[in-house]
Write a protein that binds this ligand. Sequence first.
Ligand code: NAD
Ligand code: WQD
Length: 366
Amino acid sequence: MAVGTVLITGGTGYIGSFTSLALLEHGYEVIIVDSLYNSSEVALDRIERISGKRPIFHKVDLTDVEGLDKVFAAHPNIDSVIHFAALKAVGESAEIPLEYYRVNVGGTISLLSSMKKYDVSNIVFSSSATVYGDATRFENMIPIPEHCPIGPTNTYGRTKAIVENIIEDFISAQRQNLKKANKPFEQWNGANLRYFNPCGSHPSGIMGEDPQGVPYNLLPLLGKVATGDRPKLLVFGDDYPSRDGTAIRDYIHVIDLARGHLVALNYLREHKPGVKAWNLGSGRGSTVFEIINAFSKVVGRDLPYEVVPRRQGDVLDLTANPTLANKELQWKTELTMEKACEDLWRWVSNNPKGYRQEPPPELLAG
Ligand code: NAD
Ligand code: WQD
């Protein structure tokens, strides 16, 4: 029998597919809802190849209330939701803010309404370190603890902060209303997981990040430079007050991140804490130059780059203080940024067309 049944929105996407895999490997039944806006059904094949189990899949848009209701109605054993589905490009969010609020905020409201209707009472939400904005504006807030005041500096980040608040208000109201009616209320719980910079791929080389459009994150772009799809990397600023002048981020391997979701869900089910926020990061900051060096080492040659002015909205340092997750969830990162570079290169070099091609037979043979 399954440990539990979890609905995963955005489960064919990058982090969602690795989390679906982790849950299947730990005895959960997984039901995925995704519109395939930024992902492909091939992710399901790769999850099955690695775990021997295939998630159930429904192609449904998060904002389609009836479609979501139908999924909950078809699977009455769903007891929890992990909510990834969202638009996530910071730059784009400034250009089409209403679309970001419609999907990220409106979509979450649809989801919570369905959860209420079908009495599904645990939610783990993909928040982001972006909610902190520039934590260097405070003294002693680097590495960033969860009690650092939030203050997102872009529309995407504001959608995440708003959804965190919506989840807090919703779970709190569910608990209060049930308590007043003398009904059990403790089963309503939520986790706002603030991820730092997810990266890396599956060590098998057959599963990784495969966005539909052009990547804009540092490591996927470096991958494109290494395969020759891009002539060079543009380094956004070397005039930051850091050890080498470039900005500092906390890069976390997607496999550690996926395990973070598993333990957060288990914590909600066991401890019934109400709503909690946890940072999921390593606590180790790396500069852009350090990432270029680590990835170049894995590739075996120097990768070309050019320093250009700072990117608007970038901050000096986003490094996690992960102590709370270490203590409460008994979770800490086990894989390094260097290992993420290694795994990313195995994925990118063997699958230049991502999921639009079969991986080389020697990787499939395992
Ligand atoms: P992703 O784009 O690979 O995955 C998101 C998935 O949601 C995709 O499969 C996409 O098709 C789906 N989706 C988008 N809009 C939808 C809609 N309206 N209905 C149904 N499905 C829809 O992104 P990811 O990197 O895996 O990110 C997953 C979550 O984690 C997102 O909420 C993102 O904001 C958050 N996050 C990502 C990062 C990061 O750097 N990758 C960092 C912090 C937080
Ligand atoms: C990392 C560092 C850049 C590209 C974003 C979102 C955040 C989260 C993760 C979703 C920065 C530098 C980058 C390039 C560069 N996503 N860089 N040249 O900006 O830390 O975080 O993704 O929630 O919300 O804001 O990630 O990978 O874009 O940048 O020099 O071509 O690399 O300036 O210092 P970021 P990133």
